[in-house]
Design a protein around this ligand. Sequence first.
Ligand SMILES: *Cc1c(COP(=O)(O)O)cnc(C)c1O
Length: 378
Amino acid sequence: MTKIPFNIPPFIGTELKYVQQAIDAHKICGDGQFTRKCNTWIEDRFGAPGALLTTSGTTALEMAALLCGLEKGDEVILPSFTFSSTATSIVLTGATPVFIDIRPDTMNIDENKIEDAITDRTKAIMAVHYAGVACEMDKIMEIARRHDLKVIEDAAQGVMSTYKGRALGTIGDFGCYSFHETKNYSMGEGGALILNHKEDIEPAEILREKGTNRARFFRGQVDKYTWVEYGSSYLPSDMNAAYLWAQLQEADRINENRLATWNAYNEAFAPLSAQGRLVLPTIPEECVHNAHMYYVKLRDLRQRTEFIDYLHSHDVGCVFHYVPLHSSPAGRRFGRFNGEDVYTTVESDRLARLPLYFGMTEEERSKVIETVLSYFAQ
Ligand SMILES: *Cc1c(COP(=O)(O)O)cnc(C)c1O
């Protein structure tokens, strides 16, 4: 068998048909029919008051940070174990990222360490739903309400996941999705901003459309459109939206297919876990996940390096992430860590991700499983 890649971008087969329709409609810029279809689909499916496609998950986070009104001197609490974008969106506004520790079971922000990091400059909490498994949102929302803080959900990995029956991204004040090629649903580069308060929809439209009231103009609410506020260009091409539309229509099939691989891995490795030879992902009872990722945790950095080398030498893709942001060059420059790093560094050093993509064959799945089992049988 040929090499099993770590990821293959999702492809359903109807993408080209819809991209062609966008071209034929002579509407390839932003906010054409496919963008509107995707926005509406997200709103209806996840019960969101507003959803706007963006050019990336990163720009969705930037919009959320700007809409929170963050500015220089403000502080935002987030986990150190996350992708750079979660923090860059804060830095863009001049605010300071305050990193805290994660929980070792879900690798998510430790909700019990948030309050200790709150100062009179704290304005928001960023909850990153790692691997599409929800943070402890009830506790996070309760803390936020008590201290009058905004909550931004970085649900880049959490499209189609739920927490107590509610879609990730719809629980905080803002939710951010990614449709990058490494995510469950893709448009190449893209994302969406979820607006959970009706009153944020219009400011978000203005911000996304170069600071103009173009959306109001198209709805016939004003007779001319003009520059009204600070803004930028965060709307993707309708060709990209057409590509995503094909996948949203098959969202359940993609989700089930990924879950089948995830469950096959989890069953196959359960005996190793029972023997204490590796640690498998924890899914809390209140969470339904979307099989965004399958990771295992090895003993330590040394064993992880050996494990990844072994998989690579057997033609199985395997990667790790993230370098904790508080120890990265930019993280040190722009942010600070509050409290003690009990789990972030130790747990991130142990983590390895296995191949998981839509359309993985039975054979590919088996080969990954056999290779992992053979590593432990040595
Ligand atoms: C992928 C990802 C992002 C960024 O999304 P892009 O669409 O690549 O900009 C942000 N946060 C997390 C946790 C991610 O996994």
